[in-house]
Ligand binder design. Sequence first.
Ligand code: GLC
Length: 667
Amino acid sequence: MSTVKKYKIGNPVETEAVTADVETIEGLPELGNARVEDGIFKMSFDMDEDDIVYGLGESPRGMNKRGWEYIQYATDDPEQVEDRRSLYAAHNFIILDGKKPVGLFVDNPETARFDIGYTRQDRMEIEVPADLNLYVVEGDSPYEIAKAFRKVIGKSYIPPKYAFGFGQSRWGYKSKDDFRSVAANMRKAGIPMDMLYMDIDYMQDYKDFTLNEKEFGKDFPGFVQEMKDQNIHLIPIIDAGIKKEAGYDIYEEGVKGNYLCKLSDHRTDFVGAVWPGYSVFPDVLNSRSREWFGNKYGILTEAGIDGFWNDMNEPALFYSEQGLNGLVDYLKDYVQSPETHHIFELGGQVAAIKNSPDDYRRFWHNMDGRWVRHDKVHNLYGYYMTRAAKEAFDRLRPDQRTLMFSRSSYIGMHRYGGLWTGDNKAWWSHILLLISQLPALNMSGFLYTGADLGGFGADTTRDLLARFTQLGVFTPLMRNHACEGTRDQEPYRFEKPETFAHLTQARYRLLHYLYSEYMKAATQDDLMFKPLAFVYPDDEFARHVEDQLMIGDEIMITPVYTQNAKGRYVYLPEEMMLVTLQPDGKISEEIMEKGHHYIEYGLDDVRFFVRKDRAIPLVEAAMSVPEIDMDTIEMIGYDGAAYDLYDDDGVSSDLEKAGTSVRRLMK
Ligand code: GLC
């Protein structure tokens, strides 16, 4: 049995993160020494040595969040190093698995501090400005608590089936021929693909909802169709900032219609610099502006586009005019009297104009009548931008699913789209980071997730890309993406591209199993990725495993995340079957006893474990999702095991009309 209680403290902003009608109790809970001090709500919990804290969605560090301080504050920071406190998203949900497990959702979109054994190893402290709704979830186990929480935040977003295919991306594709050449090279190398992502260069001068005149101005719908004829969907990026430029229709409409974020006078449009230079920002927290901005996606859906990614929506601000002026004053002063400044100060001052809290205090939202300064609701921007898009898709193409994922997010956004984990790096540690983020994201409702495979920033290597891909085979969003200026990272750029052909084909062989597990998790408010602890709560060793994951009810993955490793140690909480999808297309199966093992895991294989008395369906590989032949289904795993395969047309928004079927398959 689990229960959810809502405590209303102060005068919170209604975030619409929770959709269920949870009875509201005014005031503080009798839990965790809850109190308000100097306008800050505080709670603290003692932690026994063996307690585990799960959650915080997209956050740094491990699956067990103990031993660090996390600031939930959407931040555009591509240096995702170990000592970061904030990443692109803010997911304020945690589960303390102690004597009596408890889940807490701290619903305040300003900023929230979770000190989980940082100040004192045996203490957890939560601090947030004292206007919040606090949801307390109680249940028998952390898994039950996670599911109970999911029940109150509404159903997770469902993408089209093609979005379970592989997508290739790079900041730097500029012309039709760039896309044609990637498509041709992928097909030539035998690497399946369903999506090519269009980064900012497809736009004219980085202006949202425009096309680069020279490259795409002529017959864009024809080009979209040319790609679709090869089963490739073009997925354009949409940025939060709208270029401030006289004559640019979207900017002018935004000004005239009063759709933009304002300065403190509530009249003047706020201006900040992003890719297009000085830009204005749609006030997506306002329903009228949201409708206006959302409708603009129609310019591209009209041309045949059926998927998007929303970016720069923390919102990222490179600088503002006010920030620049302040910096100039500082520099003048520095030049005149450097000795009055700390020797290390200069670089920091220059860097500080980016995403500056001062700028976030400069602009305001009109939340349907209530004026709110941005910093008070900072974490909602990406969520509401994505909501604007999804609400528009429901008007523009109501019968069909549209691919949508975002960089920044808050709990609640999981109903409108998925997310990618932003600008990671070509670092081995970022494979491990993704392993810990996947189940935590699922706990917060985000099922359609993944990271930039190969790493976004920094130069990748062939082996790193292969190891990233071996994990990406299992993530719903499977995309290789890289930053401008980094080494070419398309899988066919490396020697022996057949390795990548095989790894990606393995994804397509597993695709229907993954889709089925996704749909079950989405429709039943369940997790697709689980820590071992959720499945084997009484197994003390399993409880603390940080680098293996359960997927659905059938499989366990054990990715390799260290360079030059030939394999890795794995822990089996019960007997399982090690399945290897070999490069020659053969499948090998080996039953392994409960306990510790070292398994070899080369770059060319896809290996995973099937749980005892379970089986999963595999199909033959195909070059794209629609080409998968469902008559080739075979079952692998334990003899006599059954699997319920969920399937539908993969396109219809209304699952009743999607020809949904659940087929029992036997091994
Ligand atoms: C941001 C995005 C990245 C994109 C780049 C250019 O850094 O996170 O994915 O490639 O902007 O649009």
